[in-house]
Design a protein around this ligand. Structure first.
Ligand code: ADP
Ligand code: MG
Length: 253
């Protein structure tokens, strides 16, 4: 099985604050990993390290076999140029808690923007792909609307379509439903379930335990900058071994 993500002994500090203290994670191609853990445990920082929005201090991360942010030459690691980092990042889609759509652009233009401007793909092709992605996330009727005319759940589905428009090989989700009104959470999770079913490799930071139980191949529980426990949902969620995992789950379940 091909490994899409391999993180080994990842360390990250901000000044004297050590936020990641040796995190390991592997996700096979097509796998879904759900990362759970209390606020401040380093989940967002870890996701940001995977697409080099944060530089790690030690360890290494590979995406689809390529070192993130570095090249190996003559046995030594060299930092990639900004341009190469940007190119590498194009293959990794990221969806945040806040949707950050461009407010002055229609839904369709939001989805077409990056492939047209960053990748300079042909407009007609991008348009076809964007329309089909918007159909896939249930927003075919909203393509000409502006973000402000959509609900939070609809905006988040546009954000997912926008990330997919770059044809990523990996999708990172950082609490994609945490900013939504409760009645809008389900529609976003449904889109994510569909993606998982279609074979997208995904790392999802979430407090939605039901989603993790149903969709995750592996559940990873982080606390204090380390992976405390990981395993299948039936291991980690239904039968946690570590006290910290039990305490956390008893609060969110
Ligand atoms: P989580 O997503 O699990 O809530 P984060 O990764 O956001 O946790 O944060 C982990 C710790 O790192 C927190 O103590 C946070 O304040 C700190 N932190 C995150 N980003 C920065 C930054 N850019 N500068 C300084 N500290 C940061
Ligand atoms: Mg976070």
């Amino acid at each position: 099985m091909t490994e899409m993500v391999r993180a080994e002994n990842v360390h990250k500090s901000f000044g004297s604050l050590e936020v990641l203290k040796g995190v390991d994670l592997t996700v096979p191609q097509g796998g879904v990993s759900c990362v759970l853990g209390p606020s401040g445990s380093g989940k967002s920082t870890f996701l940001r390290c995977i697409n080099h929005l944060e530089k790690i201090n030690a360890g290494r991360i590979l995406v689809d076999g390529d070192l993130v942010g570095y090249r190996e030459r003559g046995g030594k690691l060299h930092e990639m140029s900004e341009r190469d980092v940007a190119r590498q990042r194009q293959s990794i889609g990221m969806v945040f808690q806040r949707f950050n759509l461009f407010p002055h652009m229609t839904v369709l233009d939001n989805v077409m923007e990056a492939p047209c401007r960053v990748k300079r793909e042909k407009k007609a092709e991008v348009r076809d792909r964007a329309l089909s992605l918007l159909d896939r996330v249930g927003l075919a009727a909203k393509v000409d609307n502006y973000p402000a005319q959509l609900s939070g759940g609809q905006q988040q589905r546009v954000a997912i379509a926008r990330a997919l428009a770059m044809r990523p090989k990996l999708m990172l989700f950082d609490e994609p439903t945490s900013a939504l009104d409760p009645e809008l959470v389900g529609e976003v999770l449904e889109v994510m379930k569909g993606l998982a079913r279609d074979g997208m490799t995904m790392i999802v930071v979430t407090h939605e335990i039901g989603f993790a139980r149903e969709v995750a191949d592996e559940v990873v529980f982080m606390d204090g900058g380390v992976v405390v426990e990981k395993g299948s949902p039936s291991e980690v969620i239904a039968n946690p071994q570590q006290e910290r995992t039990k305490a956390f789950l008893s609060k969110v379940l």
